[in-house]
Design a protein around this ligand. Structure first.
Ligand SMILES: Nc1ncnc2c1ncn2[C@@H]1O[C@H](COP(=O)(O)OP(=O)(O)OP(=O)(O)O)[C@@H](O)[C@H]1O
Ligand SMILES: [Mg+2]
Length: 584
């Protein structure tokens, strides 16, 4: 599946590079050369890929190699889509058609336009720098395109300049890109000093609006160097920065200007966007069954337009109810085809993290979706698992605190709240949780080092992390909740050499003795305490409780056994003296 997906990605990128938009927009200079070189690399990748696919993943080396290739292909895909988004004057008609004047996005646009014209908010004698912040795919670039193309904005500035910054903040490249955008021709100057002087001349007495789209760099020195020549513009000149990283917004923005946190697309607007992508003709929108499933799919996207659009497009050619249901029931990371474009886009945020932050983030996938995570407890878990790197004499908690803040600033955590008792909690957006799981699945080796998962305080938990058996070195797991979903059955415990305390909940979901035996409790020599909890509601297999209990025999090293909610008439034969039984 994954190899087919990779071929599909490469094919799509090649199609796009060859497509008319390159010619239509008459791309010149460096961008054209770069795209031509990408095209040639991709053609080679495609040929080698066919060969590798024929070999059917027989060797580890090929698997490894395909993985690297996939990263490279996604990287190219990303660069290509960024190049496309540089073409801002090709106004996004789809966007404009979809949203009428009274909608949320229009309000966002108006708020930003107002700040641009609000003289009270800005120092007219100085350059104003305004930052827009939000997670990947939320619509920052799209929104700024609207502002950039607004007639009032066009009239108010002598020059409008758009530069896609992306992950490499090279001052020379960016200064040259600004000049090229003003001159509408390529600039051959190579050194920074003459480039800066040239830019100063171009901006002299001009009121300009500069968009720096998609900034990742946290280097204030580099930013200062880029900003210096911009000061020579006329009063009222403005820079708008878009970024996924709040820290970048703080470094770059004028302190008195508020940072604009872009919100999620409301459900109704998300639905309109989805409908527009998924249904080809208006009449098809009347298919009630598909509409109902579609609305649930939209919920999954949590107001991120990138996800709404990708899933809508993916279903455009699918008309069977079962196909829609399967998308509804899959996790984003299980989807192939177009749905897979969501994770690579978000993965950029992950790839941009230093390694110790990556481990701390990916670890959070052990919490089920929508869990309120307690900050100090999370930090303790990171420390216990050795993810917090020591730095000189500093306390690990303090470093953990910084890691937590970094992850919040980078939009990995949301709803960060301080409660009246001083505790701080946060959550992860569903898509970010999907990203964490996909990373865990793909890079399981990293999790080999996890030894303890303590979720004993999560009283409202409905699910333990799926496929927990991946954590091959796990020695302690406080709670395991049995579910019928894939990767959540009691058999997940089979190979885990668990010790200390284990509480197995929702045993009503165990089908019979074969499944119960697959937990292999008998071989867990280090287990000291075991709780077997059947669950409040009668399960699907009510007659099997005696059979299930009989097959859950633990090792005789066990010191404490608790059984709750068991409806069987007799206890199991293995429960002979030596176990201290407390029956509820
Ligand atoms: N309000 C909207 N209506 C329709 N489509 C939208 C809207 N906002 C964003 N989109 C679409 O969602 C996708 C992602 O949007 P965009 O590129 O603007 O996100 P972003 O926040 O800039 O992401 P990144 O952090 O990756 O740069 C694009 O395909 C865009 O066309
Ligand atoms: Mg963007």
């Amino acid at each position: 599946m994954a190899d087919a997906l990779l071929s599909a990605v490469v094919n799509t990128i090649l199609d796009n590079i060859n497509s008319l938009w390159l010619q239509e927009f008459g791309i010149t200079g460096g961008l054209k050369t770069e795209l031509e070189s990408l095209q040639s690399t991709l053609t080679t990748i495609q040929a080698v890929l066919l060969d590798a696919e024929e070999k059917q993943w027989t060797s580890e080396a090929i698997k490894n190699w395909l993985r690297k290739l996939k990263d490279a292909a996604y990287d190219v895909d990303d660069r290509e889509s960024k190049s496309q988004s540089c073409l801002v004057d090709g106004t996004n008609l789809e966007f404009l058609n979809l949203f009428e004047e009274e909608d949320e996005q229009y309000e966002d646009k108006e708020k930003i336009v107002n700040v641009l014209f609000n003289t009270r908010l800005r120092d007219e004698n100085d350059l104003s720098i305004y930052a827009i912040c939000g997670m990947g795919g939320l619509g920052k670039t799209t929104l700024i395109q609207l502002v950039y193309n607004d007639e009032r904005v066009e009239r108010a500035f002598d020059l409008r300049i758009w530069v896609c910054v992306s992950d490499s903040f090279e001052v020379i490249r960016l200064t040259r890109a600004i000049i090229e955008s003003i001159d509408v021709s390529s600039c051959e100057i190579k050194e920074l000093d003459p480039l800066q002087r040239h830019l100063q001349e171009r901006l002299m007495r001009k009121r300009f609006l500069l968009i720096l789209d998609d900034v990742w760099s946290e280097s204030s020195a580099k930013w200062e160097s880029l900003r210096n020549p911009l000061m020579s513009g006329a009063n009222g000149s403005t820079v708008i920065v878009t970024t996924r990283i709040e820290k970048v917004a703080h470094i770059m923005a004028t302190p008195i200007l508020p940072i604009y946190h872009l919100g999620y697309l409301p459900e109704h607007d998300s639905w309109l966007l989805f409908k527009q992508r998924a249904f080809q003709r208006e009449s098809e929108g009347n298919n009630m069954k598909l509409e109902r499933i579609g609305k649930q799919i939209v919920k999954k996207c949590g107001g991120v337009p990138l996800a709404v659009k990708a899933l809508g497009s993916m279903l455009r050619l699918k008309r069977k109810e079962s196909e829609w249901l399967s998308v509804k029931e899959s996790e984003i990371w299980e989807l192939s085809d177009d749905g897979s474009s969501i994770l690579p886009a978000l993965r950029l945020s992950y790839d941009n993290l230093p390694p110790y932050l990556r481990q701390c983030f990916a670890y959070c996938c052990i919490f089920p979706k929508d869990t309120k995570m307690d900050k100090s407890w999370l930090i303790e878990l990171w420390i216990a698992n050795g993810f917090v790197p020591p730095r000189g004499q500093r306390e690990l908690c303090e470093i953990g605190d910084e890691i937590f803040n970094e992850l919040s600033w980078r939009s990995f955590f949301q709803d960060v709240k301080e409660h009246h008792d001083g505790t701080i909690t946060c959550k992860m957006h569903d898509l970010i949780h999907d990203l964490a799981i996909s990373i865990m699945r793909f890079e399981c080796y990293m999790f080999d080092i996890i030894k303890c998962v303590d979720i004993s305080h999560c009283h409202s938990l409905k699910q333990t992390p799926p496929e927990i058996s991946c954590l091959a070195h796990l020695l302690e797991l406080s709670i395991f909740i049995v579910r019928k979903d894939r990767g959540c059955g009691i058999g997940e415990l089979k190979e885990l050499n668990l010790g200390n305390e284990l509480c197995i909940k929702e045993l009503v979901n165990v089908e019979g003795s074969t499944e119960a035996k697959s937990a292999n409790l008998m071989r867990k020599l280090n287990l000291k305490s075991l709780s077997l909890i059947w669950g409040k509601n009668a399960g699907e297999f009510p007659d099997n409780e005696e059979e299930v209990l009989s097959s859950l025999q633990p090792h005789s090293n066990l010191l404490y056994l608790q059984i709750c909610g068991y409806q069987g008439l007799v206890l199991a034969a293995w429960m002979i003296e030596g176990y201290r039984v407390s029956r509820h």
